[in-house]
Design a protein around this ligand. Structure first.
Ligand SMILES: Cc1ncc(COP(=O)(O)O)c(C=O)c1O
Length: 377
C-alpha cells in the first residue's frame, strides 16, 4: 500500500479549535458585533504582548497593514527602499501609497539584504527602508541597518509577513524600527483566514492606523473622514480564528523548529543540497525550510520526480523569481540584482508545517538521498 503524500504545508486546526471557533462565532452572530469588536481587541492585545510591542492594530490583510504604515509615513512622491527578493505586495503597497519602490539586492546566504546594500541604493528622495524577513529568518545585519537608518535620518519598517515570533538576539521581528507588518494569510505560521496586523511602540502610529483602517474616520462613531483611509477592518469571525491560532503559536513554532533541526542534522552538500541555516543570533520560525541547489540543477525536474516517485510535495519556492522579473514590475529593474536572481533561482522549499511528524520528515530526507543517487542533484 502506498503512503499518503507528504504535503508542502498543512493548515492545522484541531477539532477542539474548530469547536471553540464555532462557539465564539455563534456568540458574535447573536450580539451582531461583527467587526471591530472585543475579539479583534483581544487579538491585538495578545499579539502585541507576545511580540514585546506596546501596540497592535489588526486589519484585513498583510497588504493592508503595509499600505497603512506607508500612508502614515507619507511616502507619496518619495523613494522607499525594498528588497528585490520579496512578495509583490511589498512593492504594490508602496505604489498604492503613492511612493516609488527602489529595489535592493539580496545576500543569498540570508535571503535578505545588507547594510552596505542599503547604503548603495540610497537616493536623494529616499525617506525610508522596508526590510522583509524572508522565510522567517532575520538577518544578522539588522543592528547595522538600524544604525544606518538612524544616521541617515530615515525610518525603518519591517514587512514581517513571514516572521511571527522569529527573533534576533532575543528581539522580535517587527520591533526593530518604527512599525512591523504581519500577514495572517492561510499558509502563514498562523492564520485568521485573511488578516494582518501592525505592531509598533509609537502611540501616534497606532492611533493613525486605527483611523486609516476604518475609512479614515475620526472615530468609530463619527462620520467625519480625516484621512484617505479605506475599508481595512478585520471582521470578528476572522479575529476569532486568528485568536485561536495565536494561542497555539509558540507550540506550532516549536514543532516547526524540531522538524528544521532534523533536516539540518541530516542534510548537507553530501545530499546535493545546502540547507539555509539561520543567520547568527536568529531563532527562525521556519515559515519555510529552504535549501539551495547547486548551479545547473533542474529544479522543476527534481520536484516532479520527488512528487511522482516518493510522494514528497515541495511547495512553490519562497519566491521563484525576484520582483523585477514580474511583467507588471519590470520598470523597477535597476539592472544589477544578481544576488536576488541567484537566491530565487537556486532555492527549493522542503515540506514543513506544525503538525509534521518525524516519519514525514524522514521520508523527505530519504527522497532527497534517492534523488542524489539518481543524479538529479
Ligand atoms: C512578504 C509578504 N508581504 C506581504 C504579504 C501580503 O500579505 P496578505 O496576503 O495577508 O495580504 C505577504 C503574503 O503573502 C508576504 O509574503
Amino acid at each position: 500500500m502506498s503512503l499518503p503524500p507528504v504535503p508542502p504545508t498543512r493548515i492545522d486546526f484541531t477539532p477542539e479549535d474548530a469547536d471553540w471557533i464555532a462557539e465564539k462565532i455563534k456568540e458574535v452572530l447573536g450580539t451582531g458585533r461583527l467587526t471591530l469588536g472585543g475579539y479583534g481587541e483581544e487579538l491585538e492585545k495578545q499579539f502585541a504582548a507576545l511580540h514585546g510591542a506596546k501596540h497592535a492594530v489588526a486589519v484585513n490583510s498583510g497588504t493592508a497593514s503595509l499600505e497603512i504604515m506607508l500612508r502614515i509615513a507619507d511616502v507619496a512622491g518619495k523613494d522607499v527602499l525594498i528588497p528585490a527578493n520579496t512578495f509583490f505586495a511589498t512593492a504594490s503597497a508602496v505604489i498604492a501609497a503613492g511612493g516609488n519602490p527602489i529595489l535592493m539586492d539580496t545576500d543569498p546566504t540570508t535571503l535578505s539584504t545588507t547594510a552596505a546594500e542599503v547604503e548603495r541604493r540610497l537616493t536623494p528622495k529616499t525617506v525610508g527602508i522596508m526590510i522583509v524577513h524572508i522565510a522567517g529568518f532575520i538577518t544578522h545585519e539588522m543592528p547595522a541597518i538600524v544604525d544606518l537608518a538612524k544616521r541617515k535620518g530615515l525610518w525603518l519598517m519591517e514587512d514581517a509577513a513571514h516572521a511571527h515570533l522569529a527573533t534576533l538576539d532575543g528581539k522580535h521581528a517587527g520591533t526593530f524600527g518604527w512599525a512591523g507588518s504581519f500577514s495572517f494569510y492561510p499558509t502563514k505560521v498562523m492564520t485568521s483566514a485573511e488578516g494582518g496586523i501592525i505592531i509598533t511602540d509609537d502611540e501616534k502610529m497606532a492611533t493613525e492606523a486605527r483611523i486609516y483602517r476604518d475609512q479614515g474616520k475620526a472615530s468609530f462613531f463619527q462620520n467625519s473622514h480625516i484621512r484617505m483611509g479605506y475599508n481595512w477592518r478585520l471582521s470578528e469571525p476572522h479575529a476569532i480564528i486568528g485568536l485561536r491560532h495565536l494561542q497555539s503559536l509558540p507550540q506550532m513554532i516549536a514543532n516547526r523548529r524540531r522538524i528544521a533541526a532534523k533536516y539540518d542534522a541530516a542534510l548537507s552538500s553530501a545530499n546535493g543540497v545546502r540547507p539555509m541555516l539561520p543567520p547568527k543570533g536568529c531563532a527562525a520560525n521556519y515559515y519555510k525550510y529552504v535549501v539551495m541547489l547547486p548551479d545547473g540543477v533542474d529544479r522543476v525536474t527534481l520536484k516532479t520526480w520527488l512528487k511522482d516517485e516518493h510522494g514528497v510535495q515541495c511547495s512553490g519556492e519562497v519566491y521563484e523569481f525576484p520582483l523585477h522579473k514580474h511583467p507588471v514590475l519590470t520598470q523597477l529593474d535597476p539592472g544589477n540584482l544578481t544576488g536576488a536572481e541567484i537566491a530565487c533561482g537556486r532555492q527549493m522549499c522542503l515540506p514543513i508545517f506544525a503538525s509534521m511528524t518525524d516519519a514525514e520528515a524522514d521520508r523527505v530526507i530519504a527522497a532527497l538521498d534517492a534523488a542524489k543517487r539518481q543524479g538529479l542533484v
